[in-house]
Structure formats: C-alpha cells, structure tokens
Write a protein that binds this ligand. Structure first.
Ligand code: SF4
Length: 463
C-alpha cells in the first residue's frame, strides 16, 4: 500500500495509577496509525499537564517527561497529518482553559462541516491557534450555554458533522465518543489495578490493550458517549453509557484492508482472519497456475497465506522488508522512486529467478510503487509476474479522516484495468470484487449497509 494513510490513533486511560505510562505504551502499539507527532495529557485530579511533540512515540517521551504527566487519568494521540500543517500547534491533545476549568481533547477523524463552523466561530470573535478541525470542538464546548461538561460536549457534537472518535479529559472525568456512523474505530477495555479496583482504557485498536494487559470489553457503539468519573472521589468508576445519537453504522471497510494491525480486533472482528479470508476469496475469483504466491510485506502477508491455502500454490516470503527505514531517512527525489522502494523491499533472487509468481498486495493507489515492485522482481529474474490485489480498485478519495491523494492521482479512477496493468508492467492484474470483500467480512446484511466503502464505490455517506 502506498499513499493511503490512517490519520490518527487515540487512547484514554481512566482510574489507573500512572495512567500516562499506559497511554505511552498504547500509543507505541498504535504507532502505525500516525508517525508525525505524538502527545499525552494527564490529570491528577487538580490540573491537567500536557506534553506533545513532532516525532515517533519513543522520541517524544522519555522517563522524566512521563514523570511530569502525573495522575490516574490520561489521554493520548498519534498524528498522521491530513487537515492542518506539520507543526507543534497542530499536534494533539489540544488543551484549553474555559469557564468550567480545564480540558484536553484528542480526535481521530475529519469533520466535513469544519470550514462552516470555523467561519461562524471566527465571526463570533473566536481566535484559533491551529488549522485543526478539532479546535472547533473546543470552542463550541467553551461557548455552550449548558451547565455541565457532559451537556456541553453533546451540544458541541450536535453542531458538527463528519467522522470522529474522540477522547476528552477534564480534571476529574474522561469522556469517549464515536460519531453516529462509527466510521473510525474505538474499543473499550478493562484493567485490574494492583489493589483490585477497576481501571479502563479506550483505544483506536485493541493491540494497545494486549501490550498493557487490558481485557477487551466491547466497541463503543456508533453515536455512544462513555462518561468515566469517580477516580478522584472514591465513587464507582464504571463508565456510564449515553446513546447521544441514533446509530447508523458505516464502519470504515479500509480498516480491514490496510490500516489496522492484523493482531487487532476491529469492529468486533480479528483483522488477520479477515485479511486471510480476502486472500481465499481472491483465489476463488482469480485462480491461475503459478510456481508460488508471495506477499508484498507486510500488508499482503495474510491475504497471500489465504490465497495459497485456497489455491494450493506454495507460499514463499519472496520479498524481505527492511523495517528500519524511518521518516528521518532522506527521502529520494521523485526520479529516484526505485531507490525508495529498494530501501524498503528486497526480493530473494534465489527463490524467484526463473519462476512464475503471483504477488499479492492489499491495494493500488497511484500505481507507482506497484510498478517499482514489479521492476525489482523482474530484475531478480522472475519469469512471469501476476499482481493480484486483495481489495477492489480504489477509485475515490476519503473525506473521513484518511490521508488520500486527489482523485486525479488514483490510477484506477482514471484508467482501464488493461491500462493499469500495462503501466505497472505485470503479466496480469486482478482485483478482489466488492462482493468478495464483503463476503470476507461475513457481513450478514444483504445490502452491506453496515460499512462505508466509498473509496471503492464513490457512495459517500456524508457530503
Ligand atoms: S472512504 Fe474508504 S477509507 Fe474513507 S472511511 Fe470510507 S471506507 Fe474508510
């Protein structure tokens, strides 16, 4: 996969000693959802402290920094830039002081009416510090006439449209919310403290729970808000559920195709199992003779295993990925795209030379990376190369919190299958059908209304 990036990861930890350390590990587990910047806010019941910076989680935080983020509740954020600029002002959580005290907010998603809301707020005298959609929400809460923070959050959310999974931290409470469509994932987990009391975590992906020993409870429902309180008053800390919007489930199908880690449970299902099933369905739809099936690592691995199992064609790790190519590496210029791919991926010529191979990848965006992969496989001596994609052609950009190129740059939106094959240089090219993708998820709704699949079919649920 190239050029199609999940925007963010969020986490919230409540009623756990040194909550910021758990947020740190959770953000580390979810580093794949954003590498531009990272931040944590923590409350000790009296005040909120925040630390955020550009860079990877391990670069942004060290032991002295985390020691300053004291308290039993914290929220955190990993950022991949879409809306906004790459500066510290654009990093989250966003912190604000307002009439009810202090609050911090972290957001995964994209608001579709952000411009209109911001214009209205500016006309009313608001001053913004960043280009983030998220800052709108802070202003709407601060301006709300409602008495409690809970009601102010609901009041603010009634004025915004789009995709959001949000965590709010006040000095004594935490709130977690998903939009009515549930576009971006958010799961609830439980942590047993050393004294036997219960702590809670919400996170974009359940791989965060595994690292810190939390138990998955459930996903937040679309349109649900969880209110966590009691950590600083010895009261019951069981989160209170408020269904603030009527659920209209439209989960992002691309989480299964590419974004989520395969060891996560997303929308209640294990991602690895679904990706393997996508490979099985791909083999049912496009079965040919070849010497081996190889994945584009890491995103094509599970589907290639599925394809191999269904087709009976042996699976080989024919390409090795260098995991240490960080963002600090000097990016080659456009004309050196081949070097860029070679930095990450190296074919094993001893396995590939003279063989007819099926190479499996999760998707094609611009086509330039696929073209380079085919090129290095030919240089390694492959006799014939069939590129099979375990999802349908991506023909439309995403407006719901995913960083995607303009439609003019999406190769499958502008060219026929044969033109794309010719550009990439494969001997054949095939995609999983949309119904095959839906079948892989075992979705029992005949109309497949439960998922957003706009990047595959152009049917946007919010405009
Ligand atoms: S358009 Fe695609 S990437 Fe965006 S939310 Fe819908 S399915 Fe996910």
């Amino acid at each position: 996969m190239e050029d199609w990036n999940e925007k963010c990861a969020i986490v919230g930890v409540y009623n756990v000693p040194n909550a910021s350390i758990l947020s740190y590990y959770a953000l580390f587990a979810m580093q794949h959802r954003g590498q531009e910047a990272s931040g944590i806010s923590a409350s000790n019941g009296k005040k909120i402290a925040t630390h955020k910076q550009m860079g990877l989680v391990t670069k942004v935080f060290d032991a002295p920094t985390l020691k300053k983020l004291q308290g039993n509740s914290s929220i955190g954020h990993n950022r991949y830039s879409t809306a906004g600029e790459d500066s510290i002002d654009e990093c989250q959580p966003i912190f604000a002081r307002y009439s009810l005290g202090e609050m911090a907010l972290a957001h995964n998603g994209n608001l579709t009416n952000a411009k209109e809301v911001r214009t209205r707020l500016i006309e009313d005298g608001a001053i913004f510090q960043s280009h983030l959609d998220t800052e709108n929400i802070i202003h709407l809460i601060a301006k709300s006439p409602k008495k409690s923070l809970t009601n102010r959050i609901v009041d603010a959310l009634e004025q915004i449209q789009g995709a959001y999974a949000l965590v709010f931290l006040s000095r004594t409470k935490m709130f977690a919310v998903r939009d009515r469509y549930g576009l971006r994932p958010l799961s609830l987990g439980q942590i047993t403290n050393p004294d036997g009391s219960m702590g809670y975590i919400v996170a974009s992906e359940t791989c965060a729970f595994d690292l810190i020993g939390a138990t998955y409870i459930r996903d937040l429902a679309p349109g649900e808000m969880l209110v966590f309180e009691g950590a600083y008053s010895q009261h019951n800390t069981t989160p209170k559920s408020l269904q603030i919007f009527t659920p209209q489930p439209k989960f992002c199908i691309f989480e299964y195709v590419y974004f989520a880690r395969p060891d996560s449970k997303v929308f209640g299902k294990n991602v690895y199992e679904i990706r393997k099933q996508m490979g099985i369905e791909l083999a049912k739809e496009h079965k040919i003779q070849a010497d081996m099936v190889i994945p584009v690592p890491d995103s094509g691995v599970a589907a290639a295993i599925g394809y191999s199992r269904e087709s009976g064609i042996p699976f080989e790790l024919g390409i090795i990925r260098n995991h240490y190519v960080g963002r600090t590496f000097i990016e080659p210029t456009q004309s050196a795209r081949e070097l860029k791919v070679k930095l990450k991926l190296n074919p094993i010529a001893a396995i590939i030379a003279g063989k007819e191979i099926i190479i499996i990848d999760d998707s094609i965006v611009r086509g330039t990376t696929s073209k380079q992969i085919i090129k290095i496989l030919r240089q390694a001596g492959a006799k014939k190369i069939h590129l099979f994609i375990s999802s349908p052609p991506t023909i439309s950009p995403c407006y719901y919190g995913v960083d995607t190129p303009d439609v003019s740059e999406l190769i499958c939106a502008n060219h026929s299958l044969e033109e794309v094959r010719d550009f990439i240089g494969a001997d054949s090219l095939a995609f999983l059908s949309l119904s095959g993708l839906q079948k892989s998820i075992h979705h029992d709704d005949d109309n497949h209304q439960g998922f957003c699949q706009a990047c595959f079919d152009g049917n946007y649920i919010i405009t």
